[in-house]
Design a protein around this ligand. Structure first.
Ligand code: C5P
Ligand code: MG
Length: 201
């Protein structure tokens, strides 16, 4: 079997998972501000590809995002691999990969072809609170999926398709769970504590 793009000692990959609106992007931005991490959001990369003139995947991505469905893994993994290669060229090696892997096939394929993860951060929160945060964000985000119809579909996809990924890594003892119902500052303090128990940051 061909080797992954990045060897184990070349990059450190942390997956960041949790339901929509849980605050993954916000907490990753905090970590980037304070430490030596690169933040790559799979959703942001997909939205950028969707908006890129001449993209052959634009329409497909837009449909999947509106429906809250998981875009075929080849597309997302290629975007992530390219983005990682660009960062490694600049000397960056520590990655927070946010909103990924959202489906088992993404987890398996990424670890086979791109890099093996150190661990997964799982941001845990009730749907009620995530819904409040998403509706608030929807007032200004301009995102095509921050509306009640899409949100319901995204919650369902998270439970049916993404939770099995968290269970898979939990069985390997590779999940750090961070409760996310408190304020952004309290969650961030707990997050820092939990990460530094596991790796030097
Ligand atoms: O993470 P975010 O909420 O930005 O993702 C928005 C949408 O992008 C998801 O609901 C899904 O349609 C798509 N996505 C995906 N695969 C991922 C991450 C996001 O298909 N790994
Ligand atoms: Mg996000």
């Amino acid at each position: 079997m061909p080797l992954p793009t990045f060897a184990k000692d070349e990059v450190k990959v942390i997956f960041v998972l949790g339901g929509p609106g849980v605050g993954k992007g916000t907490q990753c931005a905090n970590l980037v501000r304070d430490y030596d991490f690169v933040h790559l959001s799979a959703g942001d990369l997909l939205r950028a590809e969707q908006a890129r003139e001449g993209s052959e995947f634009g329409e497909l991505i837009s449909t999947y995002i509106r429906e809250g469905r998981i875009v075929p893994q080849e597309i997302t993994i290629a975007l992530l691999r390219n983005a990682m290669q660009e960062e490694v060229k600049k000397g960056h090696t520590k990655f927070l990969i946010d909103g990924f892997p959202r489906k088992m096939d993404q987890a398996i394929k990424f670890e086979e072809d791109v890099a093996v993860s150190e661990f997964t951060l799982y941001f845990d929160c009730s749907e009620e609170i995530m819904l409040q945060r998403l509706l608030k964000r929807g007032e200004t985000s301009g995102r095509a999926d921050d509306n009640i119809e899409s949100i319901k579909k995204r919650f369902k996809t998270f439970v049916d398709t993404s939770m099995p990924v968290i269970d898979y890594y939990r069985k390997q003892d590779k999940v750090i769970t961070v409760p996310c119902e408190k304020t952004m500052e309290e969650v961030y303090n707990l997050l820092k504590e939990k990460i530094s128990d596991r790796m030097s940051i």
